[in-house]
Design a protein around this ligand. Sequence first.
Ligand code: DSN
Length: 423
Amino acid sequence: MPKYLQYLKQTDPQIYAIIKEERDRQHSMLGMIASENFASTTVLATVGSCLTNKYAEGLPGKRYYGGCENVDDVETLAIERCKQLFGCEHANVQPHSGTQANMAVYFSQLKPGETVLAMDLAHGGHLSHGFKLNFSGSLYNFVHYGVKRDTETIDYDQLNALAKEHKPKLIVCGASAYPRQIDFARIAEIAHSHNALTLADIAHVAGLVCTGLHPDPVIVCDFVTSTTHKTLRGPRAGTIMSKKQFAKAVNSSVFPGMQGGPLCHVIAAKAVAFGEALRPEFKQYAQQIIDNCKTLADALLSKGFRLCTGGTDNHMVLVDLRSYNEKLTGNDAENWLHQAGIVVNKNLIPFDPRKANETSGVRIGTPILTTRGMKQDQMVQVADWIDQALSSNGDPKTLAAIKAQVSELCNQFPALGYLQAAE
Ligand code: DSN
């Protein structure tokens, strides 16, 4: 057990007990939520460092507090590594999350009420891309494009037509539940032809983009935002990349526009994660995420599941449960799989007749399993368990039997030292 957990055990046994439960849960279940990953021990140690004690409003060399010499070095390194990793002209590494990264870009360019074009949440977009109950949807006039009914892939012609009709100031691309590659260059070209700016939110695919395994928006889009904790495997946080001409606007939009003091410990952990992603072996890891997902997709198809778009190019599959069992909801599937030790999330599928709290789909991702060292053979096994669990109609005995096998597999693939079975 790492020393800091031993210390926690003595000083706050209640919180320690909960963390231990969560550590055991993460160890003994198959985490397949597409937006989650296991950060490295180095990232975790950095987040738990004394950098959390420091206030540092401002930017390196231009702070509103004394004593910032070390956090200046940390943030400078994070910026340099981010620029190197993504090849961007400017980086601001202070946003606390992906939504705040998007907020900062909006604040830097848009006045309330201005028009933005983005992907529909119900077709795979994100809350911060203009959902009506999100700040984005209430502050700005969002218009949404979606996917085509037949292929379930982005309808670039519709996007173009909507841009022509609504003349948005900004076009947002990127998605949270889209299993195919996004043609950022095509969207940027459409945006330029209608005098709109472009923002690519690569939160989900950042680890694939920086390794060249997904089309790169950095050259073609004005702004690129991301979280750092999904395929990128860093701490929970956000980052912004932009063209140099927008550097000042982005920086002042983050601080003082939207945030106060940056989280120096998290910025340091972002620097660590960018450094890890710059290593050659990260590309092999990212490729394995994709290879695992393709194998999972094929295995699920062979069990009779329909996958939205027919398959995957990235780290996730979106399963349409209706063809497997018309009555099966995403909610039931999520619950039954959880009882079987497999953690996924219910998800709307495009043109879903059900509501968001029920859904006809589940989203399944491979980053965590890949981080644990699992490969194609394990994906075939997992697809078999998913089939067994969902065809059992929630039979408790079947689910418990699968859970026991899942636990055995997890013991063969301990994530990282800190997640090994509890003492
Ligand atoms: N909603 C998160 C997800 O994709 O799971 C991202 O914010």
